[in-house]
Design a protein around this ligand. Structure first.
Ligand SMILES: [Zn+2]
Ligand SMILES: [Zn+2]
Length: 345
């Protein structure tokens, strides 16, 4: 099979590799679409503490069941499936409490297992045992279904924050994740959503989300804009969908009393410290939470939301590349001039 193998930092080869075949309890899928995540770009440039090279990366994937091993029931070759990227153990304290995203022995596709930048990929037994393979609704393309993975993380984040009916929500960062936060908040009944980004071009790209207000904080006072939209009150929910310490500091100043702030984007590992005015948390009884990934059930929820049309996957797909153009795809994603980039083997 053809695959793109990361042999080491900035050492990526496209070529021929053995096609995997499924052992007992395993499945092989023919990859049809794999979306590029910002972490794929990071892994290419800097590696990752959980990845031992060589590794085929790509974790936002969908495809067709190519073969199943002994003992696998419920799936037959030819079925269209999407795969959750974060694979829980199903047995630890967190898994047993139903918080699989925080599994003590979490494994991930494209990190511990080979991923979707290949014609075929092998899904180990643990993936099937933990309900990480979902059937794709008939009306969704493979490309759209590949977006279920990032959307699942957004759904998890809003669950943790408790975004709900009537909330006024501020989203900082108008990349694909920020756009998904905007639209998920809407589907959960938010009264108003304000989307902010310091990059004017990104704000323009996000216009399809129909946020109530688009704010460039370098040109306009964001907290003033929020108050204008909310009868002089600040926001019930602030989602920080940007890896920026400055945005985290500002987020606290945007939350109304009893509001919630979600640090959804991680900070660079060499600069993870910021100074927060914790009196804002104390006097305002604020809730500060973080979000890192998703559980299998968030993936099936995400597919259902995409299938319902409440969030249209096609709005997010800026560009599609063939697998042999993997380097171009990573480069395009890195420039941030579009939303999602899809690689099709
Ligand atoms: Zn991702
Ligand atoms: Zn576990």
């Amino acid at each position: 099979m053809k695959a793109a193998l990361v042999r080491g930092v900035e050492d990526l080869v496209y070529g021929d590799f053995p096609t995997p075949s499924p052992g007992k309890g395993e499945m092989v899928i023919k990859v049809k679409a794999c979306a590029v995540c910002a972490t794929d770009v990071k892994v290419y440039h800097y590696g990752h503490r959980l990845i031992q090279f060589p590794r085929i990366t790509g974790h936002e994937l969908s495809g067709e069941v190519a073969g199943v091993g002994e003992g696998v029931t419920g799936f037959v070759p030819g079925e269209r499936v999407q795969v959750a990227a974060a694979i829980p153990c199903g047995e630890c304290y967190y898994c047993l409490r139903g918080v699989q995203a925080m599994c003590d022995d979490l494994k991930a596709i494209g990190y511990h297992y080979n991923g979707g930048f290949a014609e075929y990929t092998l899904l180990p037994e643990r993936i099937l045992r933990n309900a990480c393979v979902n059937r794709i609704p008939e009306n969704l393309s493979f490309e759209e279904a590949a977006l279920a993975e990032p959307l699942a993380c957004v759904i998890n984040g809003q669950e943790i924050s408790g975004v709900g009916f009537g909330d006024v929500v501020v989203v900082i960062g108008a990349g694909p994740i920020g756009c998904m936060h905007t639209q998920v908040a809407r589907t959960k009944g938010a009264r108003k959503v304000i989307l902010a980004d310091i990059d004017e071009a990104r704000l323009k790209m996000a216009s399809f989300t129909n946020a109530d207000r688009f704010v460039n904080p370098t040109k306009e006072d964001l907290s003033k804009a929020v108050k204008e939209e909310n009868n002089n009150r600040l926001a019930d929910q602030v989602m920080v969908a940007a890896g920026s310490g400055q945005a985290q500091v500002q987020a606290l100043q945007l939350a109304a009393k009893r509001g919630a702030i979600n640090f959804f984007g991680g900070l660079p590992k060499n600069q993870p410290t910021v100074t927060l005015d914790t009196n804002l948390i104390h006097y305002g009884e604020l809730k500060v939470v973080g979000t890192h990934g998703s559980a299998p059930r968030h993936n099936s929820l995400a597919l259902a939301v995409l299938g319902s049309g409440a969030i249209k996957g096609t709005d997010y797909i800026t560009k599609t590349y063939g697998l042999s153009e993997i380097k171009e795809a990573l480069q395009f994603a890195e420039k941030g001039q579009g939303l999602k980039v899809i690689v099709k083997p």
